[in-house]
Structure formats: structure tokens, C-alpha cells
Design a protein around this ligand. Sequence first.
Ligand code: GZL
Length: 349
Amino acid sequence: MKKSIFLTIIILTISLLSGCSRANEITSANSAEVISDNKSSGSITIGFSQVGAESDWRNINTESMKKSLSADNGYSLIYDDGQQKQQNQIIAIRTFIQKEVDYIVLAPVIEDGWNTVLAEAKDAGIPVILVDRKVNVEDNELFTCWVGSDFELEGRKVCEWLNEYCKANAIDAENINIVNIKGTEGASAELGRSRSLHKAVNKYGWNLLDEASGDFTQAKGREVMAGFLRKHKDINVVYCENDNEAFGAIDAIEAAGKKAGNDIMHGEIMILAFDGSTEQAINEIRNGRISCIGECNPLHGPRVEKIISNLEKGIIPDKYEYVDEDIFSADTSVKTITLDDISYNIVTP
Ligand code: GZL
């Protein structure tokens, strides 16, 4: 039953700038705000709890969602930036429930810890659509559906590219000394990409020297890489779980007087990354400072909008909708990789 809610522009400050705040709930300076305000009766009100603004990928994802869930398309959108804190997202979801939105869209920062608040949304009769990362819940009926990427496959593609690169360039696996700058620990993207790296390390015999979380940010990526360089003198491959961490790692490598590149048997340090969603990342592929990127598609807005418009017509979506993604490299020694009898052409941007 559509709740015809006429929303003026409402700035819901969950953590008030004035300093006054609701007792024992405040952890964030963020605020929920109505982005698209469709005054026509019958607009569909959406509460969207986003992870944060930690990376280029995330910002593109946010814009894609706002563009699709627009007033012109018949939506009133209440958007909340969780600032990468699960508690902020839980508070936002409870606010959406109080506002009696028609749908909740959640991009969960980590997989665990959602049973209670998603049960509250279910009890309130509000469908929850998950986007990007997944949740680990006891009852999969706590959410209507999920749309996003196969993060483990992304990791398998990048690791298989490294394996093929070593074969094509006569590099023995035992000469691969790799460090992992992980994403936000417990996030689906981190879990999947790290799981694939660990399996490849065991399968091919690479040396995994160290790993630590860069939280998907450039600043933390640089800090972690600088620490790795102080601790390990033989690093020749860095597995960065997103582009922004890779940018930070390159900053640290060059600050240490070293060079990011493919020629790992002559002192260069190879950078592997994920996302490929910005011109900067693609340029780093073109100039060879990043050797390979596993694409992670941020443009989920149209898919989520389609799901909601179908639900309005009584059309039930698939429980899980995976998006197709490529793998980018400017190196010409590896043309394709094959996983589970499926070949993926390497895209040279
Ligand atoms: C992946 C997404 C990840 C991106 C990062 O779908 O969750 O979070 O790879 C982003 O850039 O911060």
C-alpha cells in the first residue's frame, strides 16, 4: 500500500551540528536528507542507507542511485551517508521505518550484524533491497533481493591474470612476493577478493608476505603500503582491494624511491587492483603503474529502480542479480584467462 507522503525538504540530522542529539544513539555527524522530492501524490518513498563516501567507486554508485531514484522517475528519496559505520546505517534504517517509507535500499558496510534491524523492517512491512555488498542473516526472507558483483570471481580473475603473466614472462611462482591491502574487513568485497587471493597463493605457491586493511581509502592504502615497505624488502606484487588503495600504494612506493610497474624481476613493484570505475584508474592502466584491474561495476541505480518498479507491479525479482564485469590490463603478454571453462578477454583501455 503506497503511502502518499508529501515530503517537504527534510533535513533529518541524526547527529545534530548544534551538539544536541538523541541520547545514546549518536555516533555520526551524518544526516539523512531528502534528495528527490516528488510532491505529486503517489510518489514512491525510498530510504537509502549508503556505506559512505570512502572511494571513487562509492561516489559513482551514490550518484547512479540518486539519478535513478529521482523525482522525475516518481520517487521521493531519503538518503543517508553511513560514514562507513554500521551503527549509523542501523539508525538510518530505524529512521526510515519511523518515516514509513515504501522501500528501504541498503548497501551494507559489512556482512554481519543485520538480523535485528532487518527484522524490524520486515515487521513494519517495508521491503528491503540490498545493493552492492551482502548481509549474513539467519533468514534470507529478511530482504527481498540483492544486486551486485561476484567479488570472489573478481579476485579469481585478477589472480589468474597474474598466474598467466608469470607463465608468459617465465617468472617462477616462488619469486612472487605479494602483500594484500585489504578492503574494509568483513565487507563482502573484502571477503571475496581476499578469499580468492588466499586460494591462489596456495594453488600457485606465491609468497604472501603480509596483509592489512586499507579500508578502501587512498590515505589508509598509502599508510599500509609504507608500513609494508619498511617491514619487507622483497615485495614485488601488491594486491589492492580497490583503486583508491592502489593510488595510495603507488604514492608510498614512489615516496620510497621505488617504481610501480610490470618489470618485477628488475625491481619494479606490480600493482593489482579492483573497480576500474574512474578515468584516473584507467589512465594508471594505460601508463603501466597499475598492471591489472578487476572491474567492479558501480552503476546499480537503474537495476534497483527496475526492481522497485517491478515490485510495484507485483513482479517478484530474482533473489540475487549479479552484474557482468571485465578485466583490464595494458600488458599484451596475456590476451585471455580461463576460469571454469569460461574465457575472459583482457580489455586494454
Ligand atoms: C564493491 C564495493 C567496494 C569497492 C570499493 O562492490 O563494495 O567498496 O570495490 C568501495 O571501492 O569502497
